[in-house]
Design a protein around this ligand. Structure first.
Ligand code: HEC
Length: 150
């Protein structure tokens, strides 16, 4: 293949390569400006915030801090920021994560088995990136995988 290239075509190739590189650099720059701090998709966070406001806020409160001795705080919660699968199984199935002892709170939390996978992903992404938390987003396939019976 290289033997077919005449010397006269090389400067053109070089220019094309430069343009290509510039495009990569520019697109990297522009995506940096448009996205939030990590790689959390804005639409998911917004959808998650909506679900939080309708289903969770009554107990865990607008600031996620809960109510002392009654409802736990979701800010700096090891359950929220830890293993995404364990978090999903708690919220969706009421399956208690290891390291979250029973009996700390008198009230019980409802289960949210009716959440669709992508809504659950959006909700958990909101919890993990809101209230000062900084854990990785949760995808729909993370949820599907977490709920596979084992
Ligand atoms: C009726 C009140 C109530 C509602 C509504 C509620 N929770 Fe809870 N939540 C609780 C209680 C009580 C606990 C503690 C349960 C326990 O330890 O047995 C809890 C615990 C949690 C925990 C574990 C926190 C930790 O660090 O221990 C998470 C995460 C959580 N809830 C998320 C949610 C999400 C997400 C929603 C909405 C989809 C929600 N909760 C709705 C009462 C509620």
């Amino acid at each position: 293949m290289a033997a077919l290239l005449s010397y006269s075509s090389l400067p053109q190739l070089h220019r094309a390569a430069c343009a290509c590189l510039m495009a990569v650099v520019l697109s990297a720059c522009s995506s940096d400006h448009s996205s939030s701090p990590s790689t959390v998709p804005a639409a998911a966070v917004e959808r998650g915030a909506q679900i939080y406001a309708t289903s969770c806020i009554a107990c865990h409160q607008a600031d996620g801090h809960g109510v002392a001795k009654v409802y736990p705080s979701l800010a700096a919660s090891a359950v929220v920021t830890g293993d995404a699968g364990a978090l999903a199984r708690w919220v969706i199935k009421g399956q208690r994560p290891a390291g979250m002892p029973a009996g700390r709170f008198a009230a019980a939390m409802p289960q949210y088995g009716w959440l669709k996978d992508d809504d659950a992903a959006a909700l958990l992404t909101h919890l993990r990136s809101g209230f000062g938390n900084q854990a990785a987003p949760v995808t729909r396939s993370d949820i599907a995988q977490a709920l596979v019976p084992r």
